[in-house]
Write a protein that binds this ligand. Structure first.
Ligand code: ATP
Length: 206
């Protein structure tokens, strides 16, 4: 009798403005713990959750993701959400990957802060039906059940959600942009070295 194992694929969307250690280490750990064959990063040209924010150009954010992942086994970048004309909705991205990889078990990786806001995502129950949610621990977002929307709290009690307790990484893109704009040095190791060089070469956040 042959045993066919299901291929598990991770998807990880974000603005990555810029990508940092908190976007890489928890994902590396999630991949190892859950046996994900690969994790596909999806830098988003127009994030639905940040409609009014000025972002670095999408091609630059994509380039930084590629540079950060160059030496990372099993972590890849996709241009699928680089659609300039409209927001990229996660539910549609999942429908796309479902068609591309009908045999795969999809896992959507999101930070704890994003999970706390999940009930605002377009067609969120369909997202949870299409992919397992892998919630990455993030400092300040401990996700007590009473602090979650009741629908999301109920979802969190099912096997559609995996709450990871990996060592949290206290870095945010917002803070990094503020430091770069002020000309301050970045904390050691917060951003991969090639990304730091790219940011300075193109003067992205000054
Ligand atoms: P910003 O500060 O610009 O809002 P961010 O640092 O939250 O950005 P995003 O690009 O919006 O980064 O995040 C992409 C995904 O990564 C989201 O699901 C977010 O919750 C998650 N994430 C971001 N930073 C961390 C971190 N330090 N630990 C765990 N998850 C994180």
């Amino acid at each position: 009798m042959s045993v066919v194992s299901v291929v598990k694929i991770g998807l990880f969307g974000g603005s990555f403005d810029p990508i940092h250690r908190g976007h890489v280490e928890p994902v590396r750990e999630a991949r190892r713990l859950l046996g994900l064959e690969r994790v596909i990063y999806l830098p988003t040209a127009t994030p639905p959750h940040k409609p009014r924010r000025a972002l670095a150009p999408a091609h630059a954010r994509f380039a930084m993701v590629e540079l950060a992942l160059l030496g990372e086994e099993g972590l890849y970048a996709s241009a699928h959400e680089l659609t300039p004309d409209r927001p990229a909705y996660t539910v549609e991205t999942l429908e796309h990957f479902r068609r591309e990889m009908p045999e795969a078990e999809l896992h959507l990786l999101i930070g704890g802060d994003s999970f706390a806001d999940f009930h605002h995502w377009v067609r969120w129950p369909e997202i949870a039906a299409a992919a397992r949610l892998v919630v990455l621990a993030r400092p300040g977002w401990e996700l007590e059940p009473h602090s979650l929307d009741p629908g999301v709290a109920a979802l969190a009690r099912t096997d559609r959600v995996i709450l990871l307790r990996q060592p949290p990484v206290d870095v945010s893109s917002t803070r990094l942009r503020e430091m770069l704009a002020a000309g301050l040095p970045l904390p050691e190791g917060a951003v991969p070295e090639l990304v730091v060089r790219y940011v300075h070469k193109y003067d992205l956040y000054r």
